[in-house]
Design a protein around this ligand. Structure first.
Ligand code: SAH
Length: 370
């Protein structure tokens, strides 16, 4: 991807510059939180980011097979839980509602699952809620919206979150000459723009950063306290109420060193500190830290496994074959291209990972074993 549109000065940029001038540099996480969630000017509050017209495309937008296989995974999980007569089917960050639409269509093969399900769509953006409602309102299941997962009432719970954890604000730490220092967003030399700086004081030991000893000077370590808190909250809820969460996102298998913070605008990479509020900002998910959070909260964790392997184990080739029957050569080609994009190692198949947090005592979830 290359840079295309010109950077413009945004209202949020002016406000951040004034704030930093008055109070000093802010963390990368605070910058990211404002750029994405500022009530007036935040990216998710003002835009409809997904799809050809938006800034990025997600797996359910690439191929219907993604949502269908996730739907079957959820039905299997419900069976593993003993088919409770009533349960919450929660989606975190449902985007345009395409994934839930495909999940509910695939789940029709088990009507009892749909009868038992109370769908909860957890979404902060009013614009996205409107799109979701339009797409899934006729699915014939009980359905409600919530601002936060904490607002979903207690019951056995299945959760799906695709490209949701990558939106959590991250903090960055740089290995300096003497140890870790937090990377901050401050002012450029001319005082009239944003620039990365480094905090003068060492980070709080409670952050439990990796030992500085074997890490080269200049290395960057990223973590998201917000994502870890969300994993903790989910793990506690599943431990108490029963159920599983399927989290799919891009990220590394183990604690990695290196910068993954990136901005994207109109399907092109974009400088992270330019025009805050006008571009999407994400970072790779640190699954190792999420696993630790889940275990500490008394839940089990499975994976992460590469998305390509996960979808193939769930039967992607069979579904592709089935869908292709009776279609025109052009339609068959489009189906194959979509499926290929989901599983190919050079596209979404390896960078994206499936990860499961589970109530203890359930069997290993489908797709997580070779
Ligand atoms: N899962 C969808 C969309 C991913 S984009 C897909 O696969 O296509 C992220 C979605 O999460 C958007 O709908 C955004 O508005 C929502 N979102 C981001 N942060 C959120 C938060 N903290 N709470 C609830 N929803 C959030």
């Amino acid at each position: 991807m290359t840079r295309e549109a010109a950077a413009e000065r945004t209202a949020l940029e002016d406000r951040l510059i004034a704030l930093i001038r008055a109070r000093g540099a802010i963390t990368v996480a605070d910058y990211m939180a404002d750029a994405l969630y500022h009530p007036q000017d935040g990216y998710y509050m003002t835009r409809s980011p997904i799809g050809a017209e938006g800034d990025f495309t997600t797996a359910p937008e690439v191929s219907q097979i993604f949502g269908e296989l996730v739907g079957l995974w959820l039905v299997q999980s419900w069976t593993d839980m003993g088919s409770p007569a009533s349960f919450n089917l929660v989606e975190l960050g449902p985007g345009r509602g395409v994934l839930m639409h495909d999940i509910l269509r695939a789940a029709r093969l088990r009507p009892a699952f749909l009868d038992a399900a109370h769908v909860w769509l957890v979404e902060t953006s009013g614009r996205m809620r409107l799109e979701q409602r339009r797409r899934v309102k006729d699915a014939g299941v009980r359905m409600d919206w919530a601002d936060r997962f904490a607002d979903v009432p207690p019951a056995p719970t299945l959760i799906i979150a695709n490209e949701f954890f990558d939106c959590f604000p991250i903090r960055q730490f740089e290995r300096g000459a003497t140890g870790w220092r937090e990377r901050m967003v401050g002012l450029a030399a001319d005082g009239d723009g944003l620039a990365f700086t480094v905090d003068a004081t060492p980070p709080d030991p409670s952050l439990d950063l990796p030992s500085k000893e074997n890490v080269a000077e200049g290395a960057i370590f990223e973590l998201s306290t917000a994502a870890e808190a969300a994993a903790d909250e989910i793990a506690r809820a599943l431990h108490e109420r029963g159920g599983r969460a399927l989290i799919i996102d891009y990220g590394h298998l183990h604690d990695g060193y290196g910068e993954t913070l990136q901005a994207v605008r109109r399907h092109q990479y974009w400088p992270v500190l330019s025009s805050p509020g006008a571009a999407d900002i994400t970072a790779h998910v640190n699954f190792e830290r999420l696993t630790r959070a889940a275990f500490n909260a008394g839940a089990s964790a499975h994976g992460p496994v590469a998305q390509g392997a996960f979808l193939e184990r769930l039967g992607l080739p069979f579904r592709l074959e089935r869908l292709s029957q009776g279609k025109s050569p052009q339609e068959v080609m489009a189906l194959h291209q979509g499926a290929q994009r989901l599983v190919s190692p050079t596209q979404m198949g390896e960078l994206f990972k499936a990860f499961c947090i589970s109530a203890p005592g359930l069997p290993a979830p489908a797709g997580f074993q070779p």
